[in-house]
Design a binder for this molecule. Structure first.
Ligand code: ADP
Ligand code: MG
Length: 424
């Protein structure tokens, strides 16, 4: 790619020439050059390839970019020039550009993914909770139906499942699970370090219902606004904050799976969520129509850009199965396979069209808890997720749980009445 790029610049910097600059000093300042897209410095990312210093104080730096047409090139260039140029003894800074090879790119992505995960803003989602974003290219494909029914099927297996309705403008989860009423908030006890009363944070308690051996914990705008109409009056900014509150201030303790019903497409809310939850997995819901896959693949791209893992595709409204067991492919065929292939991920389920799906949704009784082809498909999807694709965190023997138990015992010993040993 070097032949496509203009010759390295020969900017003269008026730095003092007293003494020679060391290679280590140059490497050190290169660590301050962050690739804004990947969120790590260019040394850590393996993009700073070489440093050579000439006797006259000219410093040559070789930078490998992830793609030749990297739009951030100008920014990295400016950054390297100013930082290296500011070192004592540097007279010129010359940059040579090259491109990372395949292995280098993979390593850089992996590094960036890890860094972002480590640096992610604190959410109230425990690290043992598996976060699953249910996303789609457009609305009306059954994203909410899949979220709610997968949630119900997982709960029925005995898991504690959180459902976060992030489709703020088009929320539908409360109706689909048959929950209404307000969510309530509990005031947090003040921090031990004596935070002022005004700093007290309220913790939002999700609305909850038992399902089978498990439970569903649901948060939705629908529990906060008076009616569906008034939700529309909330401004975009407030709504984006609402989603953040759902992650930061909701009590998700003990939740095995947190399913997030995403708004359709790739807007600000989706990007914000992806940044807040870098360890999330994505399930992409699509219809069998082949033409719909162009929009769906954009969601896959967005997820990948944010280093999310794409767990697989769910094809909804696959076929209508009549009483005799014959399939009628009303909405075409092949869409799920096409998307799965384009994205390089498995097709995890085909959910048939069935009136009971819509009926169950309208009446707050998820079809996954009843019988029929759709119920079977949802339950099979839940099993596949648990056994194979997104296995639950096994907490038995997990050190964090042990530490929790130790802490609880210590707290009890501290606050309880002084034990008086019973004479034996
Ligand atoms: N497999 C299905 N069979 C029949 N109706 C379905 C199915 N999946 C979804 N629906 C219905 O299609 C409509 C759109 O589904 P919904 O889950 O709200 O989509 P989204 O959340 O993607 O906008 C709803 O009325 C829902 O009940
Ligand atoms: Mg929806």
């Amino acid at each position: 790619m070097t032949d496509q790029t203009p010759p390295a610049s020969t900017d003269v910097l008026s730095a003092p020439t007293a003494g020679r600059v060391s290679e280590e000093a140059v490497w050190e300042v290169l660590r301050g050059v962050i690739d804004p897209e990947l969120g790590s410095d260019i040394v850590e990312l393996g993009m700073a390839k070489g440093v050579r210093i000439e006797p006259d104080g000219t410093v040559h730096v070789t930078i490998a970019l992830t793609t030749s047409g990297c739009p951030l090139r100008a920014e990295i260039q400016r950054n390297v020039r100013t930082r290296v140029g500011a070192l004592a003894g540097v007279t010129h800074v010359k940059l040579d550009w090259t491109e990372l090879d395949q292995a280098g790119k993979a390593a850089a992505m992996e590094r960036a993914r890890r860094n972002i995960a480590e640096r992610a803003e604190q959410t109230a989602v425990p690290s043992s909770t598996k976060v699953v974003m249910v996303a789609s290219g457009k609305g009306g494909v059954g994203k909410s139906s899949v979220t709610v029914n997968l949630g119900a099927a997982l709960a029925d297996m005995g898991f504690t499942v959180g459902i976060m309705d992030a489709d703020i403008w088009g929320y539908s989860v409360p109706r689909m699970v048959g929950l209404d009423g307000r969510m309530h908030a509990e005031e947090q006890p003040p921090e031990p370090d004596g935070a002022a009363a005004g700093d007290k944070r309220a913790r939002i308690i999700p609305n909850e219902i038992p399902v089978g051996d498990g439970r569903l914990k649901v948060v939705s705008m629908g529990f906060l606004v008076e009616d569906e109409g008034s939700a529309l009056m909330w401004r975009g900014l407030v709504l984006n904050r609402a989603v953040q509150h759902f992650l930061e201030d909701v009590d998700w303790e003990g939740v095995d799976y947190l399913l997030i019903d995403m708004p359709p497409g790739t807007g600000d809310v989706q990007m914000g969520l992806a940044k807040l939850l870098p360890r999330a997995e994505m399930l992409i819901v699509t219809t069998p129509s082949l033409t719909a896959q162009k929009v769906a693949i954009r969601v896959v791209d967005m997820g990948r850009k944010n280093f999310l893992h794409i767990a697989g595709v769910v094809e909804n409204m696959s076929a209508y199965v009549d009483d005799t067991g014959r399939e009628h492919r009303l909405f075409g065929t092949g869409g799920g396979d096409r998307l799965a292939e384009d994205a390089g991920v498995p097709l995890l389920a085909r959910i048939p069209i069935e009136a009971a799906v819509a009926h169950g949704g309208d009446h707050g009784r998820p079809v996954a808890l009843a019988d029929g082809p759709a119920a079977d498909a949802f339950r099979a999807l839940a099993r596949r997720i648990v056994e194979d694709v997104i296995q639950p965190t096994d907490m038995s023997g997990c050190s964090s749980r042990m530490l929790d138990a130790v802490q609880a015992a210590l707290d009890e010993a501290d606050s309880g009445p002084v034990a008086t040993r019973a004479p034996s």
